[in-house]
Design a protein around this ligand. Structure first.
Ligand SMILES: Nc1ncnc2c1ncn2[C@@H]1O[C@H](COP(=O)(O)OP(=O)(O)O)[C@@H](O)[C@H]1O
Ligand SMILES: [Mg+2]
Length: 267
């Protein structure tokens, strides 16, 4: 993942520290080219959300700071810029939690989005076309929506900000497998219709790898492995630790639990 002048987003040796003391990510480098769907997979606490917060500028709220490295978007350095400037440049994030207003209607939720869209009404129509199940709830409070519909609404809000680069934090979390599949399919469709570039971070490795053009594995604040999904899916450690597949042998759960092999990313 070396330097790439053509990259839309280039992250180089990024380090983020919380509360001046706790290093959450370190030496994180990757680049995303235009139109690419890039997935970062990793367990809870690996540093995925921190990476997205650093890119989108939302670090201050959590008393975190970029202490090393660089983030550039369309060849402009963006680290240190306030979130609204970064959003205006076209980087829009759908956060992991608290993304919609439960006491507003679906339509009002779309209305609060800071849209630069000239043709806002048309965009809103598009959102209902991508997510027909939102349409029937247009005038209902968002608080009654299912988990999947909340996710759709949050994606809809973000779309109204005219993203070039879409950052999605755990879209699949808490959703039934069928809902995840249909949501991912819609994302892929949006990406090609609207010319989006997408950075997805997922604990759900299967979901993250399913639609990615390129993917990276994050552990303990570092990227330890990367490649096209096919390469990751073939890696023994990805299969064992992230997909729960252990070769062809039929060890019992107990054996699996006791057998804590160290990961061998480079071995
Ligand atoms: N607000 C915070 N304050 C202090 N430490 C945090 C905060 N948020 C995350 N961290 C720490 O940063 C590391 C990475 O967390 P995070 O980026 O949330 O991982 P992920 O999104 O992969 O689950 C973890 O060790 C976590 O405890
Ligand atoms: Mg997270």
């Amino acid at each position: 993942m070396g330097n790439n002048r053509e990259a839309l987003l280039q992250v180089t040796k990024l380090e983020v520290v919380y509360h001046h003391v706790s290093t959450a990510i370190q030496g994180v480098s990757f680049s995303i080219s235009e139109g690419q769907l890039f997935s970062i997979i990793g367990a809870n606490g690996a540093g995925k959300t921190t990476t997205l917060r650093a890119i989108s500028g939302f670090l201050g709220l959590d008393n975190a700071k970029i202490t090393d490295g660089e983030i550039s978007f369309m060849n402009k350095r963006i680290n240190g810029l306030p979130p609204h400037r970064i959003t205006n440049m076209g980087i829009v994030m759908v956060p992991e939690r608290n993304k919609i207003f439960e006491t507003l209607s679906v339509e009002e939720n779309l209305g609060v989005s800071v849209s630069k869209s000239k043709d806002r009404k048309k965009r809103e129509q598009e959102i209902y076309e991508y997510f027909p199940s939102l349409k029937g709830h247009r005038h209902h409070l968002a608080g009654i929506l299912s988990g999947g519909q909340r996710q759709m609404l949050a994606i809809g809000q973000a779309l109204l900000c005219d993203p070039k680069l879409f950052l999605l934090d755990e879209v699949s979390m808490g959703l039934a497998p069928l809902v995840v599949t249909s949501l991912l399919e819609t994302l892929v469709k949006m990406k090609s219709d609207l010319g989006l570039t997408i950075l997805l971070v997922e604990q759900n490795a299967a979901a993250g790898l399913e639609i990615a053009d390129y993917a990276a594995v994050m552990e303990n604040g570092r990227i330890v492995f990367d490649g096209i999904p096919k390469k990751l899916l073939a890696h023994e450690d990805v299969r064992e630790f992230y997909l729960g597949i252990r070769g062809t042998d039929e060890k019992s759960y107990r054996d699996v639990k006791q057998y804590r092999r160290t990961r061998r990313w480079w071995g």
